[in-house]
Design a protein around this ligand. Sequence first.
Ligand SMILES: Nc1nc2c(c(=O)[nH]1)N[C@H]1C(S)=C(S)[C@@H](COP(=O)(O)OP(=O)(O)OC[C@H]3O[C@@H](n4cnc5c(=O)[nH]c(N)nc54)[C@H](O)[C@@H]3O)O[C@H]1N2
Ligand SMILES: Nc1nc2c(c(=O)[nH]1)N[C@H]1C(S)=C(S)[C@@H](COP(=O)(O)OP(=O)(O)OC[C@H]3O[C@@H](n4cnc5c(=O)[nH]c(N)nc54)[C@H](O)[C@@H]3O)O[C@H]1N2
Ligand code: SF4
Ligand SMILES: [Mo]
Length: 801
Amino acid sequence: MPRDHSPRVRAGSDVDLDEADVHVGRRWKSAAGIPGVAVSLKRSVDAMGVRRTAQTLLKLNQVDGFDCQGCAWPDPDPDHRKHAEFCENGAKAVAEEATTDLLEPGFFADHSLAELTGHSDYWLGKQGRLVHPMVRRRDATHYEPIAWDEAFALIGETLKGLDSPDEAIFYTSGKTSNEAAYVYQLFARAYGTNNLPDCSNMCHESTSVALAETIGIGKGSVSLEDVHRADLIVISGQNPGTNHPRMLTALEIAKENGARILSINPLPEAGLLRFDNPQTVRGLAGRGTGLSDLHLPIRVNGDLALWQAFGAVLLEHGAIDRDFVERHTAHFEEYAAHVRAVDWDAVERATGLDRALIREAAEMLMASRATVHCWAMGITQHRNAVNTIKEFVNVALLQGNIGRPGAGLCPVRGHSNVQGDRTMGIWEKAPDHFLDALRDEHGFEPPREHGLDTVDSIRALRDGQARFFMGMGGNFVSAAPDTLVTEEAMERAELTVMVSTKLNRTHVRCGHTALILPALGRSEQDRTGGVDQRVTVEDSMSAVHASRGPLKPAGPLLRSEVDIVCGIAEATLTDDLGPDTPIPWASYRADYTHIRHAISHVVPGCAAYDEKVRQPGGFVLPHPPRDSREFPTEEDKAIFSVSPLDVLHVPEGRLLLQSLRSHDQFNTTIYGLSDRYRGISGGRRVVFVHHDDVAALGFDNGDLVDLVSEFDDGIERTAPAFRIVEYDTPRGCAAAYYPEVNPLVPLDSTARGSNCPTSKSVIVRLEHASGKAAWRTDQGTQAAVGADREHKSRVQPRHLS
Ligand SMILES: Nc1nc2c(c(=O)[nH]1)N[C@H]1C(S)=C(S)[C@@H](COP(=O)(O)OP(=O)(O)OC[C@H]3O[C@@H](n4cnc5c(=O)[nH]c(N)nc54)[C@H](O)[C@@H]3O)O[C@H]1N2
Ligand SMILES: Nc1nc2c(c(=O)[nH]1)N[C@H]1C(S)=C(S)[C@@H](COP(=O)(O)OP(=O)(O)OC[C@H]3O[C@@H](n4cnc5c(=O)[nH]c(N)nc54)[C@H](O)[C@@H]3O)O[C@H]1N2
Ligand code: SF4
Ligand SMILES: [Mo]
């Protein structure tokens, strides 16, 4: 029932109803296998031809090659690498970047901005590699070519003209190399601001906050070897078969060594159930390895309650490592008293699981001598995310599972170098010791006041408090929450600058003046300054190593991210603005070794950085809890936390919607329209709902619905035209793809303590939609009526007050 008086906001003036034209087929019960290899090779050959395919894939994740641009899953040590050390999605990521389709300036002459906004990110990304710097002159209808020097001068003038450096925002996506990240944060701080939001703010920020507060360092505590040697691996809120496919190889090795796996996920994701590894005989024969020993189909947002119950069971059975708790932790008593009194009825309601099943899972924890706890976005993107992760820590501490072989905390990071970027100082809240070191190395006083994170950056742009936005990679407009608000906020900026490889929505919903600066990708040779440059990256397990691309760049005008930052810095930090001791940008650009020298003086754990990254396989950054069970918190101990049992209340007739990734995308880059394991193809505008909810809400499988999100601010946000697909998800829950549902995520709905948008818990209702797109299943076409094209132009006004 619509709430008649609520202001309504409707996204999707540009919805392509063809994308609601889906085919629903068989669901998969195992991941990977031969189809994965076949798909990835076909995509690669189609995009870049046979020769480039061979040239690149054989260098992917090799010691003398380049680091995969896909996810942050670590590589095996150099002695254990295979010739093909990549997965289907790694190959797709490479093909996306190394495509031989080029987007020449003529394209922009042919397509106005107004026309481009009518296309999806999928279409935009398919147009090919950006090869020429482009400018949108003030409020012009088209982009036109611009020379690099002129582009830098334009940026320099704009930055010098701002009333305060804090009117500028410097965003980073997680592919940026350590060297580029270091010079970028150095430039932003020398210019005078800590406004360095990054994709982490929408991703694992809840993890970084929770771990820093409890174990004293915001990173995971395991190595790949620990995963291989674990007794028990718990995988919460993560879909490794799609998003970290080579993790399945590690899980397979662990299983062979006798490990058990507990998966906790509303959905029975194929990669959690079974793995057919194409690199083993078993996998080739299609027998594969069963992965999860127990799967808990938890209700969305129920994890906090579940882990408090786990704690209660462990305490009840005295299954705790007393020696560890006494020596290394603080506040055990408060925690114990709190969870002993846990309300089991509330736990059952929150999780949708009965207590016998919860006890069975807790017994797996009790039986394990070494447990690895893995998690990803299904945990971090909720209002209670920080506290949920603190509950993982509580249970790990109870059992002494930190700093023990085969055990530890394993947040699985997303972007390939998102962890490295943070290590290098891409952080709006960089600690004083980092800023002190920066001052001592570079001879200027960096700003100390914390900067804006992603959500606060959107607010500042919306409210006119920020007037300049630069994106080092990424696709801010599509990745961020509340798409309509974010798009309009971006369009208020005086100048937006995007350093990019591919065209995306942030280029078309841009500032009054806008620049697109085309960058080299990681698969390409970087000969900045006339020498072969290498860069370095850090994976999800704190291992740092070098990367060097094998391919000839897509075009002669492309520049490296390091080169671009140095150019901007030189055009901005002139006598009147720069630090008293000039920063040697020219030398940084000429030889990245000089940047690595600076890193070795400034970044903790990076002494002799350049020497260490020259070793095959690189080196591992120090991690006191992992290395020596030392916990650099204020109390010098690991901290048990007490959190209220805080779970979202979903009103009658509403569903709790999570947004997730299909098997054919990398974040906002849509590779194709096939979510193979979930049996969806041909389109992306689907919403997965439990059979009984579909009926109870008065709908049928296959109905076309609008999704309407309801939030405390009283604004109703609508995303039109989704096809209902009955799916094996708990009652009361729903799922749909990111970024199509981002218009539904309210800007002000964020995780407490980390300000991460709550992309996994959006309260929605379904409404019958007027359009009818085709709908096919394996049983045949169910309903195929011409799409109601009028749907496309109905945009309602936006109310923000
Ligand atoms: N191929 C590919 N690889 C990627 C990416 C990509 O887009 N494509 N993105 C990269 C990035 S940046 C990231 S951060 C990672 C993301 O990796 P994931 O975190 O695996 O990504 P999501 O698709 O968001 O999946 C979230 C999972 O959490 C589950 N879930 C949702 N809500 C809950 C809940 O309340 N509780 C529990 N227990 N589970 C829940 C969902 O059912 C789903 O299985 O992947 C990285 N790797
Ligand atoms: N609803 C919802 N929203 C989410 C999420 C969710 O689960 N649900 N997940 C969140 C998460 S975990 C993340 S990490 C963010 C992702 O947010 P972002 O990192 O901002 O987005 P991406 O889609 O990864 O960025 C893709 C763009 O990066 C550029 N690019 C690619 N490679 C390179 C390169 O080598 N150099 C440069 N300079 N540019 C390059 C290309 O132009 C491409 O279009 O989205 C978040 N948003
Ligand atoms: S698991 Fe991740 S890093 Fe490894 S090849 Fe696949 S996408 Fe690349
Ligand atoms: Mo991410």
